[in-house]
Structures are given as C-alpha cells and as structure tokens.
Design a protein around this ligand. Structure first.
Ligand code: HEC
Length: 178
C-alpha cells in the first residue's frame, strides 16, 4: 500500500517536472501592439488575371453544371461526385473573383459593390447545384442552369463589352481534338 502511494507520488512528481519543462520552453506571448500592424497589410491579390480565372475556373466548372441541366445525367456515384466537385468550384469561384488579379480592370471591377453582388450570385447558384449533386437530383439542374446563365450573361453585359479580353481563347469543344 505504502509502496503504491509512493509510486503514484513519484509519477505525479515526474509529471510536474515535465510540465515545468514545457512551461519553460513556451515562447513569450506576442505583444498585443502587433495587431494593428497586421490589419494594415496590403489586400490579397491573385497572381493571374480575372479573365484567366473566368476561362480556367468559372467557365470550366459551369460546363458540367450546364451539361447536367441539358440532360447529360450522371449515372454512377463517381459521376455525381464529379458534379459535386464542379459545384464546389463554382461556389469558390464566386468568392475568388472578388479578389483583384493582374488584369488592367481587375482593381476597378472588384472595388465595385455591384461586382461583389454578381459574384455572390455565382456562389449562391453554385450552392444550389451542390445541394442537387448531393441529393443526386438531375431534374433540378435545369432550373439551376437557367439561373446560372442569367448570372453569367448579365455580368458580361454589364462589364465585358468594349473591354478587350486578354486573348485567352475559350474552346468549348474541350477536350480538344488533335
Ligand atoms: C461578376 C461578373 C461576371 C460573372 C458573374 C461572370 N463573368 Fe465571365 N467575365 C467577366 C468579365 C468582366 C470578363 C472579361 C475579363 C477581361 O476581359 O479581362 C469575363 C470573361 C469571361 C470569359 C473569357 C472570354 C474571353 O474572350 O476571353 C469566359 C469564357 C467567361 N467569362 C465565362 C463565364 C461564365 C461561363 C460565367 C458564368 C458561369 C461567367 N463568366 C460569369 C465577368 C463575369
């Protein structure tokens, strides 16, 4: 009995020692004054143009969403997972295009509250597509596709005409034939 107690005691003592060692290694807490400096950091930007994001991400993710709406119904679980991934891309892209990239008009566009609203619409339609993909509801995709095309077209009408694109060719026949 005595022996067990002293064993417990020494285990406890060891624990306390280890704790003490950890305590000693802990770095000093950050000074509170560092916070305002961090807030003044420059806004995050993209290392590519918004036009490139349009072609490489927004347009690509929309293809699959339009396809399902047009009757190319996913058959296997993998197909549905693919639909889900494209919906994630659409959800994220609506937020991503609220960051300015390297395009000549990107800063002006992203500073406009109307741009932010239209981009959020893209995310909202993406969320609808995501729920449909998770519910494996192909029929619902037609309405989502209609909403999506409205969001794309109305924003292009508002911002894209008379602004030269960066000559990134969009090839709707992807995968390209040789
Ligand atoms: C918030 C506004 C906005 C939304 C929403 C939007 N676009 Fe765009 N998109 C633009 C602008 C502006 C450009 C031109 C960028 C430039 O020229 O620098 C563009 C360019 C493009 C391009 C490249 C065109 C070219 O000639 O290089 C494609 C493709 C494209 N968008 C597809 C889409 C699709 C598909 C959707 C909907 C799923 C969509 N966009 C939604 C604003 C938008």
């Amino acid at each position: 009995m005595m022996k067990r107690t002293s064993l417990t005691m020494s285990v406890l003592a060891l624990g306390a020692l280890a704790l003490g060692a950890c305590e000693a290694k802990k770095p000093a807490p950050e000074p509170v004054a560092a916070a305002p400096a961090a807030a003044a950091a420059p806004a995050m930007t993209l290392p590519i143009s918004l036009n490139a994001v349009m072609v490489g991400l927004v347009d690509h993710s929309s293809d699959y969403i339009f396809d399902v709406g047009n009757g190319k119904v996913p058959k296997t679980d993998d197909d549905w997972r693919e639909a889900e991934y494209h919906a994630y891309q659409m959800v994220a892209s609506g937020k991503l295009i609220q960051l300015a990239g390297t395009g000549p008009s990107d800063v002006a566009w992203t500073a406009n509250p109307d741009w932010k609203k239209r981009s959020d619409d893209l995310t909202a339609v993406g969320m609808e597509a995501l729920k449909l993909a998770q519910a494996k509801d192909a029929a619902g995709y037609r309405a989502v596709g209609d909403k999506l095309i409205d969001v794309c077209e109305s924003c292009h009408t508002a911002y894209k005409p008379d602004i030269p694109t960066m000559k990134i060719l969009h090839k709707p026949d992807f995968p390209h034939k040789p």
